[in-house]
Design a protein around this ligand. Structure first.
Ligand SMILES: Nc1ncnc2c1ncn2[C@@H]1O[C@H](COP(=O)(O)OP(=O)(O)O)[C@@H](O)[C@H]1O
Ligand SMILES: O=C(CO)[C@@H](O)[C@H](O)COP(=O)(O)O
Length: 497
């Protein structure tokens, strides 16, 4: 192995685990991968993780990726972290977390979100300022929850970070974030590219507690500190990129820049189900998040709280393998086990209807897939409409969806998405799109290359096209009907436990 080979490492620190990809910076070849799990705790709508565990997992995963790649540590030239979005990390004077992070799917902050959304001129004004209306996931709502429920901890905070900022700071010693992940806080103005002083005033958050926002693009924020280099077994000279949120990094891995527009909207099936597209204009829809992409363009996104984890829970409850499934037929499942974000039903619980004596348990599992897929695809229709496209227009429907995330590896997921969308799918051959997108950001930090162009040259988004199948209008209408009828109940449903 020639030592002149340049290896970059992309880290995906997501809800359930950290994945690190060691990539040849010239060719994009994935040489090695490392993984380490995270612990998520909580009941009654709480979802928390210890940021120190993310750091330990990052170290484990990066070391495993370099080992798996069989490359000398000296050949590693760059690293970037992409993280689960929105989580609130509060730091004390010693730079360590004051408490576990409040995660994106922690719904306790729903009342604070609703109260914030009514302030500063209401939803339309929030959309114009920040791109998004506060919902329970947004960091501003979590900060308000902390102020109201643990005021002593909020007062003691000397730093407020997002998950990926926390890890980048551990790598470099720099308090820095990027516009993409910052756009998920609801205190960053996506129109102005700066923290919004009115929002900070409203939530009593001192700007001095926040990280600097690095510019978009191939941003190098520093090199490894001595402690980080020692922990990772890498040279101190390794360039560290600003990194971003996991969905923004997936867009980079797919080679989506503003010019990619809506040709290939993306559906990601992970703990969250997300749908997003790269756009030049920022669509304003209060039911969607108007995030920033890493390249200075926009990444409108719809996010559901209940995707692969919720469906896997149904498989476990039914004692079935996740692929042991048939279409739901008359059974409808709304698998909103964690409450729901899109639609905004933070207090919802799961709902099952249409059971008979003869119901096949595999149909109940099939209906859970359908309910989760419907919820994501419904957000897709909303996203297309917000971008001025008619989702029912055959010319729009013929455009392939790119399907990524852990669920895209499962046949039941791909077949359900095909059947409910009636669209062709592109399933990229590469499975770790977030980590690969982060690797492209790391490559940009090393050479100054445009990360989106780099990922495009690497071809990380390429994959086979699965042709469309006839859309299952009956299943779609059945689920839509149940959701519509149940919404009043789901709005006021029991707290999740
Ligand atoms: N072969 C598979 N078939 C179906 N689902 C899968 C498969 N492999 C992984 N998953 C699902 O992928 C999820 C993890 O996906 P991932 O995108 O890594 O999630 P996250 O980023 O939220 O941690 C798990 O919840 C699991 O259910
Ligand atoms: O909240 C969002 C997007 O707004 C989620 O997509 C999180 O970013 C978590 O992602 P995964 O762990 O499911 O990948």
């Amino acid at each position: 192995m020639p030592t002149s080979r340049s290896i970059v490492i992309g880290v995906d620190s997501s809800t359930q685990s950290t994945k690190a990809a060691a990539v040849d910076a010239d060719t994009g070849e994935l040489l090695g991968i490392g993984r380490a799990p995270h612990t998520v705790t909580g009941a009654g709508g709480a979802r928390e993780s210890d940021p120190e565990e993310w750091w330990t997992a990052l170290v484990t995963a990066v070391r495993a990726a370099v080992r798996d790649a069989g490359v000398p540590a000296a050949s590693v030239t760059g690293i970037a972290v992409a993280g689960q979005q929105h989580g609130l990390v509060t730091l004390g004077a010693d730079g360590r977390p004051l408490r576990p992070a409040l995660l994106w799917n922690d719904t306790r902050s729903a009342p604070q979100a609703a109260a914030l959304a009514a302030r500063l001129g209401g939803p339309a004004s929030w959309t114009a300022r920040t791109g998004s209306v506060p919902v329970a996931s947004m960091t501003a709502a979590k900060w308000q929850w902390l102020r109201e429920n643990e005021p002593e901890r909020a007062a003691a905070a000397t730093g407020v970070r997002l998950p990926h900022d926390f890890l980048t700071e551990r790598l470099t010693g720099q308090a820095v974030t990027d516009p993409g992940d910052a756009s998920g806080t609801c205190w960053y103005g996506t129109a102005t590219g700066t923290y919004d002083p009115d929002v900070l005033d409203l939530i009593g958050l001192d700007k001095a507690l926040l990280p600097t926002v690095a510019p978009s693009g191939a941003t190098r924020v520093g090199t490894l500190t001595e402690a980080a280099a020692e922990a990772l077994g890498l040279p101190r000279t390794v360039a560290v990129a600003a990194g971003t949120g996991d969905n923004m990094a997936a867009a980079v891995g797919l080679g989506l820049g503003g010019a990619g527009l809506l040709d290939h909207p993306v559906v990601s099936l992970g703990t969250s189900g997300t749908v997003f597209a790269a756009t030049l204009a920022r669509p304003a829809d209060p039911g969607l998040a108007g995030f920033a992409a890493t390249d200075g363009t926009h990444l409108p996104l719809g996010c559901t709280l209940n995707c692969t984890l919720a469906v896997d829970r149904f498989a476990t409850l039914l004692g079935l393998d996740r692929e042991d499934v048939t279409p739901g037929g008359e059974v409808v499942v709304l698998p909103y086990l964690d409450g729901e974000r899109t639609p905004d039903l933070p207090h919802a619980a799961g709902l099952v209807t249409g059971l008979r004596h003869g119901t096949d348990p595999r149909a109940v599992l099939g209906a859970a897939y359908e309910g989760a897929a419907f919820t994501v695809l419904h957000a897709l229709d909303r996203l297309l409409a917000a971008c001025g496209l008619d989702p029912a227009d055959p010319a729009v429907r013929d455009r392939p969806l790119r399907l990524i995330g852990g669920g895209a590896q499962g046949r039941a997921w791909t077949e359900t998405v095909r059947r409910l969308s009636g669209r062709p799918l592109v399933v990229p051959a590469a499975t770790e799109l977030v980590a690969l997108g982060a690797a492209a950001l790391a490559g940009g930090a090393v050479t100054g290359a445009d990360p989106v162009a780099l990922a495009t040259a690497w071809g990380t988004g390429n994959g086979d096209v699965l042709p469309p199948v006839t859309r299952d209008e009956a299943a779609w209408d059945r689920i839509a009907g149940v959701l519509s009828a149940a919404t009043p109940t789901l709005l006021g449903g029991p707290e999740p436990s």
